[in-house]
Design a protein around this ligand. Structure first.
Ligand SMILES: Cc1cc2nc3c(=O)[nH]c(=O)nc-3n(C[C@H](O)[C@H](O)[C@H](O)COP(=O)(O)OP(=O)(O)OC[C@H]3O[C@@H](n4cnc5c(N)ncnc54)[C@H](O)[C@@H]3O)c2cc1C
Length: 400
């Protein structure tokens, strides 16, 4: 077993870490003020700097201008980018584009590659992923109402989606729609690329989430698809393969999310320790002198380490044996990392007292925003069920 950071990654991680601390964290106060439109020109400049540094879109294959990293290597990178909410966006590897790019690499034909994939990788356009519906359980997505009916050379899409992250300003959506209502449940739906200027595509609203409506990339849309017509060759992969492709999208994506959360934890942990070490709580006594705070510091350090090693191990397993062989590991890290994230953020906020509730530090933003970690990418409960089912297979029909 070798726990060392690969030699090739060390200088890259150091450079990116320095950039995040020096160039991005200082922009966070403007970001927290909610004035995203004023911030965007500055963010574009930072993106250009990242391109000049040849660190743009690190997840993609070299032939597309990326760095051709393994999943384990990209996990290490996400940990550093996660320290700021601006990190993944500035380096061109943010959700949902990163996941969409991955499936476009795999399934797009030449035309789709030219029209949708290349501008996305270059950062010239954005995309969104439109699967969840308000009236149907996202945790069981075979239950879906949005449908795409063939009419000559076209699909006609009807339905309503919500929580389509970053739809505002996106060039296209990858929409999950039922194409064969009578097929076996996991063969009923397909993924279809819908340019957002298609008649019948309409953003109804940006959903307010935890008190923030947001705009552009930093928002979640409710969308109506009404008689929305696209050519049939906008389908991604074979008809009826929507869920298979969705599974492929989620495997590596979970590693990225989980490692980004570890980065959030490390930032919150640093802030917690710095505050505990500097806040005078009684004459001559710092907050860090109190045993309960010491216990939180120790528990947080241990929990972050445990979650981090589990995520890196899952990434290593996917790199070596493929996502299918790592199914249980991928589900385990989802709920372990999300749970660790919530506990660490809660302790960091508590240690800051009233200050923790304000937007004078990044903790309250992380606390609000990352609560969703236990819900998206499959609610934790669904992952726990899946892990237990896989474990119990080995015990079925065994006598005690
Ligand atoms: C911030 C954020 C961003 C998102 N971005 C996107 C996006 O870009 N595109 C997209 O398509 N969707 C997106 N989603 C939607 C997300 O994928 C769904 O919210 C998620 O899949 C859960 O579906 P649901 O909300 O319908 O909850 P439901 O399926 O109704 O589940 C509700 C709760 O029931 C419990 N539960 C569910 N199933 C079981 C079970 N079998 N056993 C025990 N308990 C269970 C869980 O606690 C779950 O939280 C996003 C959501 C959030 C919060």
């Amino acid at each position: 077993m070798d726990f060392a950071i690969p030699e090739n990654m060390r200088p890259i991680l150091t450079r990116i870490g320095r950039f995040v601390e020096k160039e991005l964290i200082p922009l966070e106060s403007l970001f927290l003020s909610g004035d995203i439109d004023s911030l965007m020109p500055e963010l574009e400049k930072k993106r250009d700097r990242v391109r000049e540094m040849k660190l743009w879109a690190p997840l993609h294959p070299r032939e597309y201008g990326g760095m051709g990293l393994t999943l384990t290597e990209s996990a290490l990178l996400f940990e550093i980018l996660g320290r700021s909410p601006l990190g993944p966006y500035i380096f061109g590897c943010m959700a949902p584009d990163a996941g969409n790019i991955e499936i476009l690499h795999k399934y797009a034909d030449d035309r789709q590659r030219e029209a949708f994939l290349l501008p996305l990788v270059a950062g010239g356009s954005r995309s969104c992923f439109s699967m969840t519906e308000a009236d149907m359980p996202g945790s069981n997505p075979v239950m879906m109402e949005t449908n795409a009916v063939k009419d000559g050379k076209e699909y006609v899409i009807n339905g309503r989606k919500w929580y389509t992250t970053a739809a505002d300003g996106a060039a296209f959506a990858i929409v999950m729609a039922v194409t064969d209502p009578n097929g076996p449940p996991h063969r009923r739906a397909s993924m279809i690329i819908v340019p957002t200027d298609t008649p019948g595509f309409r953003i109804l609203r940006s959903i307010p989430v935890m008190g923030r409506t947001g705009s552009g990339y930093f928002s979640h849309a409710e969308i109506e698809y009404r008689d929305c017509r696209v050519f049939r060759d906008n389908i991604l992969g074979p008809e009826g393969h929507g869920f298979t492709i969705a599974q492929e999208r989620l495997g590596p994506g979970r590693i990225h999310h989980c490692m980004r959360w570890i980065g959030v934890c490390s930032r919150a942990f640093d802030l917690m320790c710095a505050h505990a070490g500097s806040r005078t709580i009684a004459p001559g006594k710092k907050l860090a002198s109190r045993e309960i705070i010491q216990a939180w510091i120790a528990e947080s350090a241990a929990e972050i380490r445990a979650a981090r090693l589990m995520v890196l191990h899952a990434a290593w397993k996917i790199d070596r044996f493929g996502a299918k062989k790592a199914r249980k590991d991928i589900s385990m890290i989802k709920f372990i990392a999300a749970g660790t994230l919530q506990r660490v953020l809660d302790r960091a906020l508590q240690v800051h007292g009233g200050l923790g509730m304000t937007d004078d530090t990044i903790i309250a933003f992380f606390f609000r925003h990352e609560r969703a970690a236990r819900i998206y990418d499959g609610p934790d409960e669904v992952h726990k069920l899946s892990v237990a089912r896989q474990i119990m297979k080995a015990y079925e029909n065994r006598t005690s």
